[in-house]
Design a binder for this molecule. Structure first.
Ligand code: FES
Length: 111
């Protein structure tokens, strides 16, 4: 898959088994812009888990970064992308909140 992405960076790849993902990391502060809420995501929890406490109906499925169901538009901040399915173009404005975090500790999401 890495070789394909080298030649075709916008290629969409499908994985038929979960990759080994590490969703834990540094603490992240997340603003949910449309909901007017601000969350602190501890280092040992995912952004999705924290968001679900405030927005229980948020869409998700695999929780491992390969189905794309939890994809959310990013309004501010730089995601630390840990999925393997989004294209570089998709990564410019969205992230999968079940596995990805923030590079600088803060994100504003369109939720
Ligand atoms: S829930 Fe499947 S990629 Fe996030």
């Amino acid at each position: 898959m890495d070789a394909v992405l080298t030649v075709r960076p916008d290629a969409r790849l499908e994985r038929f088994h979960p990759s080994t993902v590490h969703a834990a990391g540094e603490e992240v502060t997340v603003e949910l812009r449309r909901s007017g809420k601000r969350l602190t995501v501890p280092a040992d929890r995912t952004v999705l888990e924290a968001v679900r406490e405030e927005l229980p109906d948020v869409a998700y499925s695999c929780e491992q970064g390969f189905c794309g169901t939890c994809r959310v538009r990013v309004l501010a901040g730089v995601p630390d992308h840990r999925d393997e399915i989004l294209t570089e173009r998709e990564r410019e404005h969205s992230m999968l909140i079940c596995v990805s975090r923030a590079r600088d500790g803060e994100l504003t999401l369109d939720l």
